[in-house]
Unconditional design. Sequence first.
Length: 131
Amino acid sequence: MNKSVLLFGLFATCIKLGAQVLPDNSAAAVWRATSRLGYGPTPVVVQAEQQTQSMLAEMPLHELRRARGLSQKVLAETLHVQQPSVAKMERRTDMYISTLRSHIEAMGGELEVIAKLPDGVVKINNFAELA
């Protein structure tokens, strides 16, 4: 089997498994796995990592939920709401920060509000502890 095909398959499998394999969304786990097999990073693996990083940098809530391997029903149970409420929230384009925070935390994440200004990036901390 072609080395590039083998490595691309390994990388695709790691990405398919999601955060359990690549918790920091980096190629470090893939590099370690490929080096154990005696292979170094190939252009195919590097390109796959770059494409994956760009896809993971932005995604709608429903795609994030799916990427985390969660169904709307499971997320609804965690949030103590009905499944249609989760579906409705995932379609919203505007919501309270507390609602978004609950949704992200139910998926095992943490919400940060970041302002990107012409002269730099600032983390807004007004919303740090709303509970």
